[in-house]
Design a protein around this ligand. Structure first.
Ligand code: ZN
Length: 475
């Protein structure tokens, strides 16, 4: 096993096999002087063996130092407190890692570690907090040593010198649009610039985050909601940006938060409805045994899970186009009657008019004929075609910048995920799947996965005043 020569179980031991070969060669030489005729071939053979052994040793010997990579590598700009990670790997194991900061004549060791055991890879994290480096250029030197016998047992070393720039200045944000007016449950848009390249930027509303998307002119556009669950006093959005060096800035975003009152509604849940939906309810909540318990579980636990799923789908960058994919008017299900509005506060009562539940309705219920053709409200890209709990068979279309439309309770799909659709293109048919009593379309508009008032988006004047004209500012 010549490869084992490369390993060193205990530090300071000489390679065992090499010295054994050498000793044997000595004894053969001695015996060959006595038995010259047949001895010569033995000598030659053993010499070849010895050379082969030595050759194998040199061939398999670890001649190179560890592979080292630094992350984030982000254009060499780092902040003082930014965690930097080194991935060090070597086939003979990693013996030690040392990080030095150099600036002019000065140098300072910021990290040093000798590992007690030889692992093939090591991950170490450090920061530059203690260096008190001034802003500007410096050099980061990383020296990593492997556990091989090279260099008389000292191991192979890799030394990397990386030019870097210390950046401890957070980016500056300049909002270019006037304070947006947002009604409770509605949407708003801002255009802003950031003074440098960013890793993350957008608007925070409570625990929710809505990314800003960089446009061709270098500015950012951020679309965000005033969630219906918040009051005008709670709605305090922040705008933030974090640069490549990890420096973050955030400040309160100036908005006009306006209250909007929503309707109260009573929804009957008679036994006939529970019987009609029995099969689907049992599938949504198999852990419950009665249709009523299954209904309440669907309307609460399943609903909450579905809301989470919508946020998760919307948070996936793959589902978001960084530009608007549409222009012109949004359209609704043609020849339909509004059966329920966004924001309706629903009290659910049983057959005896006893209150059993309450929920806020998060879309527009539109009823036409049964199995009516459903047109896409706007041009976009289909990102979801699947069953989702209370929504039943559902389609989501991304329209860019975090804006999505939702089509629930369908009976038929006419599109596939990834497909680009035109405004008005038929994408499916209405139905009763999910928690729907009668055939209708639940039409939702989502901003970053949060349901917003669809009537704003169906109103061409509102869209012009609050969205498109605000994007066409020049500066
Ligand atoms: Zn609905």
């Amino acid at each position: 096993m010549p490869l084992q020569l490369l390993k060193r179980p205990y530090r300071g031991f000489a390679p065992v096999k090499e010295s054994a070969l050498f000793n044997r060669r000595q004894s053969i030489y001695r015996s060959s002087s006595r038995r010259s005729s047949s001895g010569l071939s033995v000598v030659a053979m053993l010499l070849i063996l010895a050379l082969a052994g030595a050759g194998a040793y040199f061939l398999l010997r670890d001649m190179s130092g560890p592979a080292v990579s630094l992350s984030p590598s982000g254009a060499g700009r780092v902040g003082l407190a930014q965690p930097l990670t080194l991935d060090v790997s070597d086939k003979s194991g990693v013996q030690s890692v040392e990080v030095t900061v150099k600036r002019g004549e000065k140098s300072m060791t910021v990290f040093q570690q000798t590992f007690p055991t030889l692992e093939k890879s090591q991950k170490v994290t450090f920061n530059l907090k203690d260096t008190r480096l001034p802003e500007g250029a410096f050099e980061l030197e990383v020296r990593a040593v492997d556990g091989s016998y090279a260099g008389f047992g000292r191991g192979n070393a890799t030394t990397l010198n990386m030019p870097m720039v210390l950046d401890s200045q957070p980016p500056r944000i300049a909002v270019k649009t006037g304070p947006p007016a947002l009604y409770r449950g509605g949407s708003g848009l801002i255009v802003y610039t950031v003074s440098e390249d960013v890793e993350k930027t957008g608007v925070r509303v409570g625990k929710l985050f809505f990314p800003g998307y960089k446009q061709d002119n270098g500015s950012y556009v951020c679309l965000f909601p005033f969630p219906i669950s918040m009051s005008t006093g709670d709605f305090l959005p922040d705008i933030m940006a974090r640069d490549m060096a990890g420096n973050e800035t955030s400040s309160r975003l100036l908005v006009r938060a306006l209250n909007r009152n929503y309707r109260a509604d009573t929804l009957n849940i008679p036994d006939s409805f529970l019987n009609f939906k029995a099969g689907e309810l049992a599938q949504l909540c198999p852990e419950e045994s009665t249709p009523l318990a299954q209904y309440l579980c669907s309307n609460n636990k399943v609903r909450m899970g579905n809301d989470e799923k919508l946020l998760e789908v919307a948070a996936d960058p793959a589902n978001n186009s960084p530009k608007f994919l549409w222009s012109g008017r949004f359209q609704r299900l043609p020849r339909s009657a509004v059966k329920a509005n966004f924001g309706d506060f629903r009290t659910y009562v049983d057959g005896d008019r006893q209150k059993i539940d309450e929920q806020t309705h998060m879309g527009l219920d539109l009823a036409s004929v049964a199995h009516a053709e459903v047109p896409a409200a706007q041009a976009g890209r289909v990102i979801w075609v699947d069953y989702l709990g209370i929504h039943g068979h559902m389609i989501l279309i991304d329209h860019g910048l975090g804006l999505m439309t939702q089509y629930s309770h369908l009976s038929e799909y006419g599109v596939q995920v990834g497909e680009t659709v035109k405004a008005g293109q038929i994408i499916g048919r209405t139905g009763t799947s999910g928690l729907a009593g009668g055939d209708h379309l639940h039409f939702g508009v989502l901003v970053g996965g949060v349901p917003v008032q669809p009537l704003e988006w169906l109103d061409a004047t509102w869209v012009k005043n609050n969205i498109t004209s605000r994007m066409n500012i020049s500066f």
